[in-house]
Every structure is written in C-alpha cells, then in structure tokens.
Design a protein around this ligand. Structure first.
Ligand code: GLN
Length: 200
C-alpha cells in the first residue's frame, strides 16, 4: 500500500528476495494484487488517504475476506481492532489494542534483538521508530515475538501479520521471506494458517 510511508524500502526488500511486488495507490491496483503490505509511516495519514482515495471499504472487504496482509508499525495500527489514542479510527480487522508512540518520541527510537522462533537463529534486529505498543491481544492471536518485558511486537492471526518494528530497514530479509511463505500458506485451504482464521 503505497499511499505514504516507507514503501520503497519494502519494495527493495521484496526485490532482494525475488518476490514480484508493485505499489498500490488506486482501486484498480488493489484489485490486481493478492497480498498486501501496509508500511510504516504515519497511521493517521495512511487512514486519511485511504478515505480520500475511497479505498477503505474495498480494502476492508478484501482483508476481511482473507487476502494476506502484513502491517509494519503504522501498518499495524491501521489493522488493529482498537487504538488507545484519540486518532486514528483503525480498520478493526486484527484483534489487538495498540497505543501509538508508546516508547517515546523519534529520538527514543531503539533496536532490540528479538528471538523469533519462526525465523530461527540468529535473533532478528527489531528497529523501533515511534513504535506502537501492543497492549492487548485477542483470543486466537499468536505472539511471534516479544520484548524482554513481555510486550508483543510481532503477532499473527489467520491471514494477518503485524509487527511494531521495521524489518524493511535492516537488510535482513528473513521477515519478508516469512511473509511470502505465510501468504502462500494462506492460499492453501487446508493449511494451518487458513485454519487460524477461525479462533482455535
Ligand atoms: N508513530 C507512527 C504512527 O502512529 C508510526 C511510526 C512508524 O510507522 N514508524 O502512525
């Protein structure tokens, strides 16, 4: 989703692993893809632009219908069920509650080594930039990675994946590979991922 944010970095990461990808800015382009990344950036701006380009309803319909999606940072906020701030009004697709800018301002950006079982060793370097905190995860939401204090930073449920950090900024493409495999897994009806669409 190329309305705002670090679109180019995601495209570079996908190109580096030979995954075809294209920017989506219009309703026609949205129809032409079968998986989507919503990038980091500014969630209020992304949501405002989704409304301005009249993409909100169709996007919500496609994602609710099972199109695989990965939201990174602002993208996680866009997907969330609940945002514990006055703005923005999220799409309410992924049953998590998030608090924006929970780790402080831009200068308080940080990196953390994350153990992510799905990626194996070594730990993944999480880059957190004015990141949201996941304050609640709903039933059936799987936590893939957490900070040492236990706060979840990568979650999935069914066809939805969300990370509060920025794998596209690291040069380590394991998370992009994971999403591409996850997305293919979602397309197989009998897969575990597809079953995860229903509460276990
Ligand atoms: N703070 C931004 C927001 O609330 C997210 C920051 C990011 O995507 N790096 O939307």
């Amino acid at each position: 989703m190329a309305l705002q944010g670090d679109v180019r970095e995601h495209l570079h990461a996908l190109a580096a692993i030979d995954e075809p990808a294209r920017p989506v800015r219009t309703a026609t382009q949205l129809e032409a893809v079968d998986a989507l990344i919503i990038p980091g950036g500014e969630s209020t701006t992304i949501i405002n632009l989704l409304h301005a380009f009249e993409l909100t309803d169709r996007l919500t319909e496609r994602l609710a219908g099972g199109m695989p999606v990965w939201g990174t940072c602002a993208g996680m906020i866009v997907l969330a069920q609940e945002v514990l701030d006055p703005r923005p009004e999220p799409l309410r697709l992924l049953d998590i509650s998030v608090r924006r800018n929970a780790y402080g301002r831009q200068v308080a950006s940080f990196e953390a080594h994350l153990d992510v079982e799905e990626l194996g060793a070594p730990p993944f370097c999480g880059v957190f930039i004015r990141a949201p905190a996941v304050e609640r995860v709903g039933l059936g939401v799987q936590v893939l990675a957490a900070l040492p204090d236990g706060r979840p930073v990568a979650v999935r449920r069914g066809s939805m994946l969300a990370t509060s950090f920025h794998p596209e900024l690291t040069g380590d493409h394991r998370f992009h590979r994971y999403f591409c495999a996850f997305r293919r897994d979602c397309e197989r009806p009998a897969s575990r991922a597809a079953q995860g669409g229903r509460a276990p």
